[in-house]
Write a protein that binds this ligand. Sequence first.
Ligand code: SF4
Length: 432
Amino acid sequence: MNERDSEAVSGLLLEKGYTQTPSMDGADVILVNTCSVRDHAEQKVFGRLGHFKKLKEENPRLVIGIIGCMAQEHGGNFFKRNPEIDLVCGPGNLNQIPDLIDEIKTARVGTKARASRLAVDKLNDEYGLDNVRYRSDKTKALVTIMTGCDHRCTYCIVPYTRGDERSRRPESILREIKDLDARGFKDVMLLGQNVNSYGKGLEEKIDFAGLLEKIQEAAPGIPRLRFITSHPKDAHTRLFQAMRDLPMVCEHLHLPVQSGSDLVLRRMKREHTADWYLKQVEEYRRAAPEGTLTTDLIVGFPGETDKDFLGTMSLVEKAQFDSAFIFQYSPRPGTPAMKLRDDIPREEKARRHQALLSLQRSVGLKKNQSMIGKTVEVLFESRTRKDGARFVGRTRGYKRVVGGAGRDVTGKLLSVRITGVADETLLGEIVP
Ligand code: SF4
């Protein structure tokens, strides 16, 4: 979602007459779009601020802004900690950025005094970044359909930095997607913290499956439509039916489970059990037998026993994920889980992490090997870095494929016969 927000803010500034510079040296404005999901990402941002201080010393007219989740979380404290920062702007205020920069520049004229702006007061307002046409890619596009989250998973900072769930009006989404269709985009990813609960609070009575149906009708020229992220509690039969029935909706579901232990899930406040999750997986597989399934997992959550961990290992075997993002729990300031004792030793977290990674790798590898000999549709994205005659692309299930071609196939949808597997990548030959 940060990537799309960055595109949207870039679009607003380009419309205002700004141009992009190839590097930070020589820029008049530097905006850092931040994520606060992991403490590590925050520390990286704080680490980079020293460099900005140097740039500001060299060019006192430079406007430096921190935008996004960290801006929302830390607000005006940024100015105290790093006086070189001029602008702090939360996710709900991003459409004000061009005006805020103008205000900063105007307030500086004729004075040496600092002029800074703090904008974090629109966290729960309607999604405001409509009609932004700037795209960093020519074939794949990100489209935000909702933002914020009404769940309160105890390890997660998102509800406090992105606010409550707000759905974007369908007509605004459809306008953007029709435009993408007219411009020849081939892969559209719908974004939201919990896309499955789309529709809450809108005047029009519509759910996420209903939105997918409208998109299919309005922009049938787009061959691929995908979405991320889904909460298991809100992924319903209607969604699986839409995935089965609508040709443009790709057969890929990212459904974070986090743990295979009901006790841990309860402490995480996930609002689903392991069994319930597996039933959903069954329903999805009935609707999309060839579909791919990916997930997020956390090991070492407070109080996770060996038995709890084995429950997660067992769930991974049963669910047969194509791939998984696996994280070691680390306490995140500002989340309810900070009140729980972080009682799993670091070495034990690392051991569990390694064991789960190795299990998931072998599950994923077998699934990939089962594709050898099959012919799949691939949307090619770019040349590989190492070999200019080989191209990398994605299947409808979002598996990475590398294949050779004697011509530039970037942006093309082609049939590829899978001939081998290298770790998580499929290797293939373009079918003439
Ligand atoms: S559903 Fe996702 S975004 Fe919402 S609180 Fe839980 S982990 Fe965070």
